[in-house]
Design a protein around this ligand. Sequence first.
Ligand SMILES: Cc1cc2nc3c(=O)[nH]c(=O)nc-3n(C[C@H](O)[C@H](O)[C@H](O)COP(=O)(O)O)c2cc1C
Length: 141
Amino acid sequence: MKATILYYSHKGRTAGYAREMAMYLWSKGISVSLSSISDFDQSKLKQTDFLLLGCWTCGWFILRQHPHSRWKEFTHTFSGTFPIDKILFFTTYKIRSGSMFDNMKRAMEISISTPVTQLKSRTGRLTENDKSLLDRYIGIV
Ligand SMILES: Cc1cc2nc3c(=O)[nH]c(=O)nc-3n(C[C@H](O)[C@H](O)[C@H](O)COP(=O)(O)O)c2cc1C
């Protein structure tokens, strides 16, 4: 099984969170490709079973959270080409992630009512809860 983790990070916290996810998935025997959205070669998407897409939370801190326009432009280019149940969204934030995940769905033309696995963190550290959620996502439990 192969997972591709793609992130957009400004100050490094989202990149760190992505790295911890990558190490955890490796420890479960999954082959992982980790890269920032600016370094990614889209042809690699064809060989992946799981697609984890992350961006830092952008907004007015209390209201209007959304992914950065660069993340939206990037993910829009392959929206509709990957099975939704194999997609996971993740973000890091300071106060409130609010409408972040709904706006990630909108950017990828996924209906708001469609469930997509989601992970969020203030610290960028992978918690035991996050690990359990990753286990369910990859189908271990
Ligand atoms: C312009 C700007 C807007 C932000 N808006 C929000 C927000 O609406 N809600 C929130 O909780 N954090 C907000 N943050 C904080 C970042 O989402 C948070 O620090 C994040 O972990 C940064 O990730 P990075 O280190 O990968 O860049 C904002 C930060 C910036 C610079």
